[in-house]
Design a protein around this ligand. Structure first.
Ligand code: GDP
Length: 187
């Protein structure tokens, strides 16, 4: 049920529908245990340890000197929830864990499913290889991740939510892609 999550929206920019940072709906997708909650927690400003179970969080961030408002949608791991969010997002962070090959395969499946919901060519998607701090447990190489992103026509980044490494870069990257799309529409 999504109505229950309305109460946890922490909005400091509600009503601002006209600015450059019209809320962008960014969806976290990925197998269970890849770090979606950890990403949402960092986004929400919580610490990694005190993970908040907020499903929706809205925040204004500055990217390249320009404010952008992101509404972050974390998904339950349930198939129905992922599909629900696939229909509503403006952009997607598709997570897997570099220590978990099945989660990498799951990311490919999700990408294919996403294509059915979002046939538009320029839907911004970033393939995110999380847990890159766990070097000894790595099962998916950087080049495999990069190659997969190339096949699926999306950007690629490796992150560590535990080390807070590259997490904001991923969010900023999504905003940049959304702006590119917006600018090319206006042109
Ligand atoms: P979710 O099921 O996708 O929401 O995954 P969680 O965010 O709940 O993370 C699953 C587990 O992986 C938790 O124990 C997290 O603490 C841990 N975790 C998440 N991200 C990282 C990371 O970047 N590095 C390490 N070492 N652990 C992580």
């Amino acid at each position: 049920s999504w109505s229950s999550s309305d109460s946890v929206i922490s909005s400091d920019s509600a009503g601002d529908q006209t600015g450059p940072g019209n809320p962008y709906r960014v969806v976290l997708l990925g197998a269970s245990g890849v770090g979606k909650t950890a990403f949402a927690s960092i986004f929400a400003g919580g610490t990694f340890e005190h993970e908040q179970k907020n499903e929706v969080c809205e925040k204004t961030v500055e990217v390249d000197g320009e404010p952008a408002t992101i509404t972050l949608l974390d998904t339950w791991d349930a198939e129905s929830s992922q599909q629900c969010n696939m229909q509503t997002g403006d952009a997607y962070l598709l997570l897997y864990s570099i220590t978990d090959r099945p989660s990498f395969l799951r990311a490919s499946e999700l990408r294919i499913t996403l294509r059915q919901f979002r046939p538009v060519h320029h839907t911004p998607i970033i393939l995110v290889g999380n847990k890159c701090d766990l070097v000894r447990r790595r099962e998916v190489s950087v080049s495999e991740g990069r190659a997969c992103a190339a096949v699926f026509d999306c950007k690629f980044i490796e992150t560590s939510a535990a080390m807070q490494h590259n997490v904001w870069e991923a969010f900023h990257g999504i905003v940049r892609q959304l702006r590119l799309r917006r600018d090319s529409k206006e042109a």
